[in-house]
Write a protein that binds this ligand. Sequence first.
Ligand code: PAF
Length: 282
Amino acid sequence: MVNVKNKQTIAGFIPTMGALHQGHISLVNAAKAQCDLTVCSIFVNPTQFNDLSDLKNYPRTFDADCQLLDAAQCDVVFIPEVSEIYTFKELELKKLNFEDKSWTESKTVDFGSLVKVMEGAHRPGHFNGVAQVVSKLFRITEPDKAYFGQKDFQQLAVIRSMVNQLAMPIEIIACPIIREPNGLAMSSRNERLTKEERDKASLISKTLYKVKELQTIKTIAELKAFAEDQIKAEPLINLEYFEISDAETLQPITDYKQAKSVVACIAIKLGSVRLIDNVILY
Ligand code: PAF
């Protein structure tokens, strides 16, 4: 990739963990529309999992992924081995210390309060693993632009913060959430849902859309109570969190006046499958 890039070539990069779906392909399409060269990586990153069974069960569908990328005319697919990305020491360190608060590259990257809430609070060490692998993939592929789905809203904020802290000359581009016909946000994990669970999962986006609609007539506390009641009424769904937060700092707010832009974020468990989704209120 470094060899084929010359000064005039704009390279777009889409990091993925595979099990690709139309959400990923929308990122490839966005990159193709804006760049001369589109590179996609497939790497199931062990350091961002804080549950070993989740790592083991993560779907691996490399052949189907390559076919999808081929059909989307992605120029380069990069599928590294774990040993090409991590030293033995880095993996050992992660195993011993899932909850470490900082992660050291050439200098320490500190995400502060950004990772103390929502996914960061429920998945200790997760964002350190994400940032660690994305920084390595950025250094290898040297893109001008990198594309991420807005479904992982907090991940996007963390990557932006990392790129700023490490002064990486890469434009981070957020792409809209792509949904299944019933409104469920596309995710590689959806493959593990039964037909019944997939139907029930439509309640997540229905609740988020209703919250967006009700924001003009309800307080934040009322909106939170409404969303929690909706989700808790479905016995198959376990609510992990529902938060209404400042879309920039991701800190929860109690009054609309506290933020210029506001996002509602949710995480639930349906059977053994953990799903997240969000909607920007304004
Ligand atoms: O969003 C994902 O699939 C992963 O977190 C990423 C960005 C590819 C890093 O492993």
